[in-house]
Ligand binder design. Structure first.
Ligand code: 0X9
Ligand code: ZN
Length: 426
């Protein structure tokens, strides 16, 4: 009897231990009455203040960093903090406009179509990692002669970072697509899976040509831990999930963790609580380290690199680390950018994309994957796509916009690859 009780106790302890630290033991973060504000910044002091509150407090979350051209910052504020926030704006003479009244309402709306879902994988709702992976498996099984799985490596929490290669013949120029390095940017993996599906199933001649004349290496969800966490616990999660040795804030911005001008020029933060924390050193995040190793290993197999992000509607090229200098082939990159943006604007949606270097058009960002590939692997056609929208919904782009966004991607990509070819890069 005593033994039985002891056994029970041990078993119960084991269960508790096993569940400690898993995704099941903390409630899902809610965003009731969290607002998102567009601030117009007119001087350095105002900017420093906003950047500071974005870093020190968990009551704020910067959705879009300061952009030199629009002078805007987008920031999410918790309802408890709102009064204080408004006083802060008033005292510092910062003008603001509310863009989103209640973030939770958008999050709830994002799920509505899930209930009405047909059950088969499509592009009218957002999926969790396990569903995307199951779909990937089904695609690999359905197209065994032209597809092949590849593995980038393992995440901090031990998940496998998977990719799919689509190749119709030997000797094709390669194009590498990395997507969802930022967890909350769900439209990026939805677009990546849609794009994979088009390459495999579309009968349109231009898309067939795109599919069959290039080797596609596509990672639909790169930041697997963060993505899983954004579904299970916190819709607004951006970073990786590796705890910090001395700070309670978790994760680093994987897109600041690469060894190219790492942590220079204020293009990233050394504060572990910042959304743009660069990590303790380049490659401190296992995901970024694995990508560096994998890309180095296959560097002769691709010539174009594209990273999918949201939001803002931009096609961004290097450099990210400075706006005072531009790459030698910047004129070509601008020409490609113009082709991309024009093709998208010509669609009936009339969506406007801006293009140019990250540091010039958006803001200084250092240690990004695109800049690392451009500078260190010498791939001279490397871009970041920032998808819809411009802040009406931000990261919580309604599912009805997935397909229109993807149609824009295809139009833009066809033009981008055409121009890249015309300019002799592929
Ligand atoms: O800040 C970022 O990492 C990207 N914007 S986001 O709002 N999705 O976080 C832009 C990075 C673009 N720059 C380069 N890749 N060089
Ligand atoms: Zn991003």
């Amino acid at each position: 009897m005593v033994n039985m009780r002891l056994l029970w106790l041990c078993a119960a302890t084991l269960v508790v231990l096993a569940s400690a630290g898993t995704l099941k033991d903390t409630p899902k973060q809610r965003f009731d009455n969290y607002g998102v504000y567009k601030l117009t910044i007119r001087n350095r002091i105002q900017l420093a203040l906003i950047e500071k509150i974005g870093e020190i407090s968990n009551k704020y979350d910067i959705w879009k960093e300061y952009d030199e051209h629009t002078k805007e910052v987008h920031i999410m504020v918790s309802p408890e903090e709102l009064k204080h926030f408004q006083e802060l704006l008033k005292v510092n003479d910062i003008s603001s406009e509310q863009m989103i009244e209640n973030v939770q309402e958008l999050i709830d709306g994002e799920q509505v179509t899930a209930a009405a879902d047909s059950g088969t994988f499509g592009w009218t709702k957002y999926y969790e990692l396990s569903e995307i992976e199951a779909w990937l498996d089904s695609v690999l099984a359905a197209y065994p002669t032209v597809t092949e799985e590849f593995i980038v490596g393992q995440s901090y929490e031990g998940r496998t970072i998977r990719g799919i290669k689509i190749s119709h013949k030997a000797g094709n120029p390669g194009i590498f697509i990395e997507s969802n390095i930022h967890a909350r940017e769900w439209i990026t993996s939805a677009s990546a899976t849609w794009f994979i599906n088009q390459l495999l199933t579309s009968e349109e001649p231009a898309v067939r040509n795109l599919a069959e004349s290039y080797d596609w290496h596509i990672v639909p969800v790169f930041n697997v831990d963060g993505f899983e966490y954004s579904h299970a616990k916190n819709r607004m999660w951006r970073k990786t999930r590796q705890p910090h040795a001395t700070n309670e804030c978790i994760g680093a911005d994987a897109n600041r963790n690469f060894d190219s001008h790492w942590l220079e020029n204020n293009g990233a933060s050394s504060n572990p609580c910042s959304e743009t924390f660069a990590g303790d050193e380049p490659g401190s995040e296992p995901e970024a380290k694995a990508l560096v190793e994998y890309l180095t290993q296959i560097k002769d197999q691709f010539s174009v690199y594209i990273s999918f992000h949201s939001y803002g509607q931009y096609l961004l090229s290097p450099y990210g680390h400075t706006a005072a200098e531009f790459p030698d082939n910047y004129a070509d990159l601008l020409e490609i950018g113009e082709a991309f943006a024009t093709a998208i604007e010509d669609l009936p949606y009339g969506t406007v994309y801006r293009y140019g270097s990250t540091a010039d058009v958006l803001y200084v960002a250092t240690g990004t994957s695109v800049d690392w590939v451009f500078n260190e692997l010498d791939k001279k056609v490397a871009f970041t796509i920032e998808y819809r929208d411009q802040g009406r919904y931000g990261f919580i782009l309604p599912p009805v916009q997935i397909i229109p966004n993807c149609e824009e991607l295809m139009a833009g990509m066809l033009a981008l690859i055409d121009k890249t070819k015309e300019l002799g890069y592929i």
